[in-house]
Design a protein around this ligand. Structure first.
Ligand code: H79
Length: 429
């Protein structure tokens, strides 16, 4: 092609394609904050919690909507204490909370004026729990994000239906764009009435991957209302235009053990991975397979080594209490972070990519080598970008090392190692 033709093609493309999203300084600053934060609390809480069988119960048990509508009158979380939840997150070392404003059942956990399918109108509790949490987060210095489901198993205008939510007894009709208007109206409420919000964590796009979700309009609404709010969408694809972070469900970036992430190409945005403590997101009373503290810390450390945040989930009970198995684990992770936090907060992925033995993180000239698994008393590393000035454990104890043209050997005697994570600090020249 001639240069003129290229120019013409370029012009045509520029005119045909909508303006690309460019994030402004407040948003870029919020992204840096987000990456530095590294650890957040995910909360799945809704009227489904009453049944204690996870957040998918409406769909899984094929409950007719008329029956499901009997749940809100039973949802009365008299033990809910926003200060207690936020303190728990804080003592776990978490820097933000992401809570379900609306899950796939469509129930708004806030006082929505555009629907009566919400906590204020349908439950004896009546209070707006998101408002209480937003105020408490501000008081205690945590950021609050909202998980918001695109997918809606109850709204009559969520039509044509997607892959799920077919057995709730809705008429087979509806106005798709009216549904999108409704969703935008609720998002406007969430970004207007709760002060500064960390961002929106979308889910459920995958229910109708071919639908016109009008994301551009929705994303613009959010960014116009709050330029610093970060948008992420759990669509399991490479990031779309207008998004500010990329998340991975139940997998580290690049992995696909849970089967959701076959198409999740890693983009250039800040990354986050989310995981449950037992197997359920929403409260599941029969699920007692809780991951150990060590497993959860390893997940946090490996996430940081993949340059990703870790969003760890709890599903509170319908009465507002968080079960002791969760509380215990969160407190123990917090105790670990109070000692080892320098190697996690404010770091980015280190110079050596994730390995079987562990990962590296980095902050300035400090490389943190997280040794999670080691059979011998020495660990061999490939050459680093510059020479090592000093090697020590986080508590200051010296670590012997041998640096050659081939790489670095660290001497890590069993007695000096930590059963969870031996963190070696390499200060580079
Ligand atoms: O909120 C939690 C879950 O309820 C939600 N995301 C987390 C954070 C979630 N929804 N769905 N899933 C997780 C997994 C869904 C899997 C399937 Fe499908 C939906 C299997 C079949 C329909 C998506 C669409 C995967 C295949 C097709």
């Amino acid at each position: 092609m001639t240069a003129r033709r290229y120019l013409f093609l370029g012009l045509a493309l520029a005119l045909a394609s909508p303006a690309q999203y460019t994030s402004g300084p407040q948003n870029l600053e919020a992204r840096r904050w987000f990456q530095d934060a590294r650890f957040g609390l995910f909360i799945h809480w809704g009227v489904y919690s009453v049944l204690g069988d996870g957040e998918w119960v409406l769909n899984n048990r094929k409950i007719p909507l008329g029956d499901y509508e009997k749940l809100p009158p039973q949802f009365n979380p008299v033990k809910f204490d926003a200060a207690e939840w936020v303190s728990l997150a804080k003592s776990a070392g978490m820097r933000y909370i992401t809570i379900t404003s609306k899950h796939h059942d469509g129930f708004a956990m806030f006082d929505s004026k555009v629907s009566d399918w919400d906590i204020a109108d349908r439950t004896p509790y009546k209070k707006d729990v998101l408002k209480m949490l937003a105020e408490e987060c501000r008081r205690q210095g945590l950021k609050l994000f909202f998980y918001h489901s695109h997918l809606d198993w109850r709204h009559p205008d969520y039509y044509p239906r997607g892959r799920t939510g077919h057995n709730t007894g809705r008429p087979e009709s509806g106005e798709w764009y009216r549904y999108l208007d409704f969703m935008d109206a609720q998002l406007r409420e969430l970004l207007t009435n709760y002060g500064e919000i960390g961002g929106i964590w979308f889910d459920g796009w995958w229910d109708r991957p071919k639908a016109d979700w009008r994301l551009e309009k929705t994303y613009k609404l959010i960014h116009d209302l709050q330029p610093a709010a970060l948008i992420g969408n759990n669509h399991h694809q490479a990031p779309f235009d207008g998004e500010d972070f990329q998340m991975f469900e139940k997998d580290l970036p690049g992995q696909n053990t849970a089967g959701f992430n076959a198409e999740s190409k890693i983009g250039r945005l800040p990354l986050e991975t989310c995981e449950t403590i037992n197997r359920a997101w929403g409260y599941n009373k029969g699920d007692s397979r809780h991951k150990s503290v060590q497993e959860l810390i390893h997940y946090l450390v490996r996430a940081a080594g993949h340059n990703a945040n870790f969003l760890l989930n709890v599903g509170p009970r319908p009465d507002g209490a968080i079960q002791p198995e969760f509380v215990e684990r969160l407190n123990q992770i917090g105790a670990w972070l109070r000692i080892n936090g320098d190697s996690i907060y404010g770091t980015r992925q280190g110079p050596i990519p994730p390995r079987d033995w562990g990962v590296t993180t980095q902050k300035g000239k400090k490389v943190y080598v997280h040794v999670l698994k080691l059979d011998d008393d020495v660990l061999g590393l490939p050459r680093l970008p510059s020479k090592i000035a000093r090697a020590s454990l986080l508590n200051g104890a010296k670590v012997d090392f041998n640096e050659t043209a081939l790489g670095v050997l660290l001497k890590l005697d069993k007695a000096a190692r930590d059963p969870i994570d031996t963190v070696v600090v390499l200060e580079l020249l």
